[in-house]
Structure formats: C-alpha cells, structure tokens
Write a protein that binds this ligand. Structure first.
Ligand code: 5AD
Ligand code: SF4
Length: 476
C-alpha cells in the first residue's frame, strides 16, 4: 500500500495500483530485453553506504528478477549495471564518480548495456546536473523517492533509447508490495520506517530521504512472519531513525510496541534494530528490550560528540549528561548489554578541548566498537556554511588518537569476556581452517571449532581465549 504519511488521508495509490502500473512495465521489459539481448539478460547492482541502501537494493534486485534478469556480481557480464549510491560523506561520492569513469570503456564495448545511478547521491539536483553534463554514457538516474518505478524507467531506456533522469522532489510515501531478493539466507534486513526529521546540521540524509514515515505494523509483521517461515534467524529492523517509528501515524504503535509484537511471533530467531537516536531512546524502549527475550542486548546509539557545545551546534537535542544517563539506564536494565556508537571528528569549530570531551566520553562508556568519521562538508547542510578553521591534518591526528584509544578499550573489554557463555549464530568462516565464526546477540564476534554445515545455526559457546579474535568452545 502507498499512503500519504502523517495524515489520515489514506491510499493515494494502493497496492494494486502500484502493481497494475509497474507490472505492465515489468512484462514489457521482460519481452523487450529478451529480444534485444537474445538470451537471459543479466543485471549487476552495486551498493554503497548504509544498511538502508543494502535493503533498498534487495528490493531493486527483486524487481529485476521479476523482469527476467539474472543477477551477477560482475559488471562486465551485465546488460544492466546500477549503482545504488550514498551521499553521507564526500569520499563515498568520489568513489562512485571514479567507478563510473571506469565504466566508459565497458559501455563502448557493449553499447546495448544500460548504465544507471540511483540512491541518495542521485536524489541531489547537483549530481544529476553533473552526470548529465560529464557522463553522457549514463543512461538512467533516479532518486530515492521513485525507486519503485524502476520497471517504467528501464522500459523507457530500452524502448526509446532515451536518457531517463527522474528525481521527483515531492514528499515520498511508503510503497508496499515490491518483491525482494534477499542477499543472505539467515540474516535479513527489515525496513520499518524511512526518512529523517532531525536535521542534524552536518547530515544530508533528511534532504535526500525525505521526512519520516513508517510502515504499518501489519505490513512489518507480515514480512517478519515470512522471514521466520523462510528460516531467517537474525532480523534487523531498519530505519534512519528507527526508534521514532510510528510517530505521527494513525495506527498508534510506537517502536517499543512494535518490538513487543515481533517478539511475540513464534520461532527461534532474534531481533536487532538500527539506528537509534538518543533523544528517542525512552525508558519504554529500554524496558521492551529487557522484557523481550528475542531482542538482542546490543544498542547502537550514536553520540557524535562528547562536547555539549558541539552537540548544540550539531542540533542533536541531548547533552553529554543526558547521553550518559541513557547508558546507565540501559546497563541497569541489561547488565550484559553491548553498546556501539558513531562519532564525528572535526565538526566545524570543534577545538582540541571539545575533542578531548569525546575522548573522555568513550573512556567513560567503554563502547564495544565505534564507527568513526572525519567531518565531511555536505553542500546544502547548515554545517557546510560554518567556519572550519582546524586543518585536515590536525583532524587526521585527532582521528588516529581516537582510534588508538578505542582499540585499547576494545582489547580490555574483550579480555573481560573470557569465561562468558554466549548464544552465537554461526555466520562466517573462521580465520583458520576447522574454525567457524559467529555473532552473539550482544554482537560479540567469536570463533569456535566447526564446519560450513554449521552456518545459519545457533550454538552455545563459552569464550576461552583472546588471540586477535575471541575463541570459544561449543557447549551445545
Ligand atoms: N561527515 C562525517 N560523518 C557524517 N555522518 C553523517 N554525516 C556526516 C558528515 N557530513 C556520520 C554520522 C552518522 C553516520 C551514519 O555517518 O556519524 O551517524
Ligand atoms: Fe542524519 Fe541526524 Fe537523521 Fe542520523 S538522525 S540520519 S545523523 S539527520
């Protein structure tokens, strides 16, 4: 179902309409591609950025399969190559431009190949202008708001040999009913809300993903049930701001309520979620995490900076003391909880003293791991206009210091885990033969003796040593 969000004005375009509209194009693409390529057409989707993008790509791949494409990881083999891009930092954008440049030769060799760009970068007008001007061999560009119209765009490319550029700036809705090609067979992404209303001053996300809108709980539960029935063991609920799920929606279910409903579904599986904003991390949510046996005791709670002055400039709506109080509240309810976070180093105007506040916060909280980033100015965001006197070199030195500090903390944390007994989902090969690897609910990675037959199964593992990685023995 496609709904206008935040109002009771239901059903702008319903499920059937979406399918009726796009299904026709799917059939036409299927016939046209078969006649152009005279064999099963191949498609390659290359994904950058966050889990939301990975999840979007799974739906794009689902549509491509329905249009008769076989998926490949190899762009040189493909008749349709699509880059699903990220705009959060400049580095991610530069990589896409670099890779597009390299595609020029492939496109010359295979003129029937369609080359496309979608995702957060593509939603920005300035990117569309640059691609139009400087990359004439890119056939298709569409933004996050019109992702579900891929069949129609592909049909136009194939039938009319025209360049298709579509970034519709109107407020996007929630589109249900898209087919999904899951990349994994025991871990799955389950999007529950889209967009962001927070406008942190450094962040491009609210501009490229639109306002917050949540899926209906019935749609989320239906997908969760399908995943459990298909044997998925580890389900991550996704949203840019996942714990604001349900705000402004008529259905009245908030994120804590949604967790409880999914937890009540029968089956041996576990539930994760990301990413949470501290300002929406309520006692009610922490209570639900404590009470729900299937919800993992892992909380990814970005704090971004340990300095109140910088948090204010970032428009984060909490302060250092408030964040520390949340950590205490979470640990009081769940003593085994593992915390992870995102940090930005070198926000405009950040001083050495501010940075030291960040260092002291990580020493105080002792996170299991961190995602650390050097600030990257994003055109159109307020922070990009702020004076930024600290040199890139100095920011680099702070960044290294942060990494070294966290490395020492993680080592100490890991050493304390020896003797702990964990429920581990085997999800990878170990670094040495005869060993497999897996994640516990707390997101602790451990290696243990096993074989590839163990993939996708739960084991009770006792941690016995730390030698670069944690090693354990299987108890059951
Ligand atoms: N520069 C650096 N890091 C950023 N992030 C978001 N925007 C920027 C930016 N402009 C980081 C934040 C966020 C994570 C997904 O990316 O830490 O939590
Ligand atoms: Fe960006 Fe802030 Fe929204 Fe996260 S919460 S996506 S950092 S604006």
């Amino acid at each position: 179902m496609r709904r206008k969000v935040g109002t009771d004005e239901e059903t702008v375009l319903n499920n059937q309409d979406f399918y009726a509209g796009q299904q026709g194009y799917m059939d036409r693409v299927r016939r046209l591609a078969a006649s152009i390529y005279e064999r099963t057409p191949m498609a390659c989707v290359i994904t950058y950025g966050c889990q939301q993008n990975v999840s979007d790509s799974e739906r794009t791949k689902g549509m491509l399969e329905q249009m008769g494409y076989t998926l490949t990881e190899e762009p040189a083999e493909a008749d349709f190559v699509l880059y699903n891009t990220c705009a959060v930092r400049e580095h991610a954008e530069e990589r896409v431009y670099g890779n597009l440049g390299a595609m020029k030769h492939l496109k010359r060799r295979k003129p029937d190949m369609i080359l496309g760009l979608c995702g957060c970068m593509a939603q920005q007008g300035r990117v569309g202008d640059r691609i139009r001007r400087s990359y004439p061999y890119v056939d298709l560009l569409f933004g996050t708001h019109v992702q579900h119209r891929l069949p129609e765009f592909l049909y136009r490319c194939l039938s009319m040999h025209e360049r298709v550029f579509e970034t519709d700036d109107s407020e996007p809705c929630v589109t249900e009913g898209m087919p999904v090609h899951r990349d994994g067979s025991y871990k799955a992404w389950l999007p529950v809300m889209y967009g962001c209303n927070n406008f942190c001053t450094y962040c491009i996300v609210p501009y490229v993903r639109g306002r917050e809108r949540s899926r209906n709980p019935e749609d989320v539960l239906k997908e969760a049930k399908e995943l459990i029935a298909a044997g998925y063991k580890d389900i991550t609920l996704l949203g840019q701001n996942v714990n604001s799920y349900g705000k402004g929606e008529a259905h009245g279910v908030n994120f804590a309520g949604l967790l409880r409903q999914i937890n009540d579904l029968p089956g041996d599986f576990r539930i994760r979620f990301m990413t949470s904003h501290p300002k929406d991390c309520t006692d009610e949510l922490l209570d639900a995490m404590r009470d729900c046996g299937k919800v993992c005791h892992h909380l990814h709670l970005p704090f971004q900076s340990g300095s109140d002055r910088i948090l204010k400039a970032m428009n984060r709506h909490y302060d250092r003391a408030g964040y520390l109080a949340l950590v205490e509240a979470a640990r009081k309810r769940m003593p085994d909880i593992q915390l992870t976070s995102d940090i930005i180093v070198g926000f405009p105007g950040e001083t050495r003293e501010d940075f030291e506040q960040t260092l002291s916060l990580i020493k105080e909280v002792r996170f299991a791991s961190l995602f650390t980033f050097i600030y990257s100015p994003r055109e159109g965001t307020p922070a990009a206009q702020m004076p930024d006197p600290v040199s890139r070199q100095e920011k680099g030195q702070w960044f290294e210091e942060l990494l070294r500090t966290q490395e020492a903390i993680a080592k100490e944390n890991n050493a304390k885990l020896i003797g702990r007994v964990l429920k581990v989902l085997c999800d990878d090969h170990g670094r040495t033969p005869d060993y497999m690897a897996g994640h516990s609910g707390e997101n602790i990675v451990v290696e243990f003796p096993g074989t590839p037959d163990d993939l996708g199964k739960f084991f009770t593992v006792k941690i016995v040593s730390l030698d670069h990685v944690l090693k354990g023995e299987v108890l059951g």
